[in-house]
Write a protein that binds this ligand. Structure first.
Ligand code: TXA
Ligand code: MG
Length: 350
């Protein structure tokens, strides 16, 4: 299949391109589109056969459910089993934006979307191209991140095109995703809301609005996630570049010293080593392929840079990647979570 590539004006998307893309989706095809978090791979959420094609194109395990992307609250009321007061408060405050809400499901949505679960995740993306596309389709668009399963999520149309060309009908290029990490997935189907995946809306922001919010144990204890995942997506290694990532967490001086020590060891073995480090630390690791992950004073810059940096390593021929850990507070929690899940090994320095 030939994959069409359409460039759009982010702030006022060309209606003829939006119409053409919507037509593809309505007819059962797949279109990748920009959102404020990462690029998504969309299908008509009411068409089970189309949704199945998403899993095939990505190589995604069939038990990992998809988020329904909506352009207005009415779509949530039409397709969710129930919308609680808390859900409405959260949607009003954070939508459009990087928050996916897990609500009771309904039989109006084919089982391929929810991977057989009785719940459904909804999100309204904060991107003019995504919103125009959903509006034009007229029903929710089911969409995961538009990467090959296991790879870092795409933050540019180019990432998506290189992963999925030949497998999907079209890619809409609306420029780089500003946020760079995926939405927060919040489960509202239990007594106490639980974050299943930390993301663009922080734990602190959620608690300030609705009081108690818990973190799923897969976040506080990443090793455990493999055994008992609540969010099916959490049990698979994700975001991984080709070379294994060793993540080093702890105070900055200790982390730097440990990376230098490891660099010496690998140097003796003649290995080509990559280092993912904070802005300003590149000079500390001579002899390595050092890529900056943005300023650790400002986690939004790290979120925006992270996936592109991980993908860049694939172009360098490094055999192992040492990564400086990020403090898991605010948006840093989402970044730390992605690094932990990309890592083959995590070293904690007390
Ligand atoms: O920012 C985002 O959320 C991006 C953009 C494209 O919107 N999408 C995204 O989708 O990251 P995906 O499929 O890569 O990740 C969705 C996550 C997975 O971990 C999945 O298991 C979880 O959301 N999820 C979806 N529906 C769920 C449900 N009903 N219950 C629990 N977890 C669910
Ligand atoms: Mg994904």
């Amino acid at each position: 299949m030939q994959t069409l590539f359409w460039l759009l004006d982010k702030d006022s998307p060309e209606p003829d391109i939006i119409n053409a893309a919507a037509k593809i989706i309505i007819n059962g095809g797949l279109v990748a589109f920009p959102t404020e978090t990462v690029y998504g791979l969309g299908a008509n959420a009411l068409d089970g056969r189309a949704v199945k094609k998403i899993f095939a194109a990505k190589g995604r395990p069939g038990d990992n459910p998809l988020i329904l992307h909506v352009s207005d609250l009415d779509m949530v009321y039409r397709f969710a089993g129930e919308v609680s007061d808390k859900a409405l408060i959260l949607m009003k405050k954070f939508w459009p934006g990087p928050l996916a809400l897990v609500l009771p499901g309904s039989s109006k949505i084919p089982k391929e979307v929810s991977a057989g679960l009785s719940t459904l995740a909804f999100r309204m993306p904060d991107h003019p191209v995504a919103l125009a596309l959903i509006r034009q389709v007229g029903v929710p668009i089911a969409a995961p991140s538009a990467n090959l399963s296991g790879k870092p999520s795409p933050t540019t149309a180019g990432h998506t095109y290189s992963d999925l060309k030949g497998k999907i009908e079209a890619v809409l290029d609306g420029g780089p995703s500003g946020m760079g990490v995926e939405s927060t997935v919040l489960d509202l189907t239990r007594e106490i809301p639980v974050i299943l995946r930390p993301g663009g809306v922080t734990l602190e922001q959620l608690r300030a609005l609705v009081g108690r919010v818990d973190l799923d144990s897969s976040i506080t204890n990443p090793e455990e996630a493999i055994e008992q995942p609540r969010s099916p997506g959490m049990k698979y290694r994700h975001y991984a570049p080709e070379a294994p990532v060793i993540l080093i967490e702890g105070a900055e001086e200790k982390v730097t010293a440990e990376i230098k020590r490891l660099l010496e060891d690998y140097g003796k073995e003649g290995k080509i080593v990559g280092v993912l480090c904070r802005e300003g630390n590149q000079d500390k690791y001579p002899g390595s392929v050092c890529i900056s992950a943005g300023s650790y004073q400002d986690f939004s810059s790290v979120a925006a840079a992270l996936y592109n940096a991980l993908r860049q390593f694939d172009q360098t021929g490094v055999e192992v990647i040492l990564a400086e850990g990020v403090e898991p507070t605010g948006l840093g929690l989402a970044v730390a979570n992605r690094l932990r899940r990309a890592a083959k090994k995590i070293v904690y320095l007390a």
